[in-house]
Write a protein that binds this ligand. Structure first.
Ligand code: KIV
Length: 271
């Protein structure tokens, strides 16, 4: 029997046991009640209330504008829907970087006001004081290395990270540091598969990849990308399982036609 099928509720300990037993971890983003309910019923292990909500839900070009209040709103909607998944919430840009006290205050607001189970922060050594302080309050922390979208203006592009030796070495060092600090898992975004494999083998905590190849402990995607609701985002790592943009558009067009021709509502669809 697999670890994950035996449990009624996912915890960081179950995620750890899954790594130890070589069982892959599934993670998807969720930002609202209805979608979270579907993904939870589908048995997705971890739901990430990602700051990608800034792009996907609010239409911003980057993840930088989303606020702590907005993240709490999305997170509390997801928590209300979930019976089994572990709910992890991104600390948004500006809520943790420069000052560990502010990082802890932001985290406490997320945990108290949304009921989520853990937080995710982007970065390594630069944010270690914030990570330590959050962990000292008993809140599980997920790290995020590689392409960290909150630093897009430093990178200048969303291209693959850590192709160069120096950046790859720093990433490996940061992954070890995150483990040492006490993070329960690490997301690796858009880095060479070979490096991701090396990271996953070098740390004992679960490593979850997005655009990081198959040799990690689990995979994460933005749900709206996987479902084909977003249209213009076409990175090589993305597998689209549906084309909901066209499906929803088709349904809306049919509805408009039915209303305009008077065929909706019919005799059975009224009181
Ligand atoms: O915000 C997000 O959706 C993320 C994933 C891409 C890992 O951080």
């Amino acid at each position: 029997m697999s670890v994950n099928k035996e449990v009624k509720r996912m915890t960081t300990h179950v995620i750890q046991a899954m790594k130890e037993q070589g069982e892959k971890i599934t993670m998807l983003t969720a930002y609202d009640f209805s979608m979270a309910r579907i993904l939870d019923e589908a048995g997705i292990d971890v739901l990430l209330v990602g700051d990608s909500a800034s792009n996907v839900m609010a239409g911003h070009e980057t993840t930088l504008p989303i606020t702590l209040d907005q993240m709490i709103y999305h997170a509390s909607s997801v928590v209300r829907a979930v019976g089994r998944a572990l709910v992890v919430v991104d600390l948004p840009f500006g809520s943790y970087q420069g000052n560990s006290r502010i990082a802890l205050e932001s985290t406490i607001r997320i945990m108290k006001e949304s009921g989520a189970h853990a937080v995710k922060l982007e970065g390594g050594a630069e944010i270690q004081e914030s990570i330590k302080r959050i962990l000292s309050a008993g809140v599980p922390v997920m790290g995020h290395l590689g392409l960290t979208p909150q630093s897009i203006y430093k990178f200048g592009t969303y291209t693959v990270r850590a192709r160069e030796e120096a950046e790859a070495a720093k990433l490996l060092e940061d992954a070890r540091l995150l483990q040492e600090l006490g993070c329960f898992a690490i997301v690796l975004e858009k880095i060479p598969a070979k490096l991701a494999k090396q990271v996953a083998q070098s740390v004992d905590i679960p490593v979850i990849g997005i655009g990081a190849g198959p040799d990690v402990d689990g995979q994460v995607l933005v749900s709206h990308d996987l479902l084909g609701i977003t249209k213009d985002f076409q990175p090589r790592f993305l597998r689209r399982y549906l084309d909901l943009f066209e499906e929803i558009k088709g349904a809306a067009e049919q509805y408009a036609k039915d209303v305009r021709t008077g065929s909706f509502p019919n005799e059975k669809e009224q009181y």
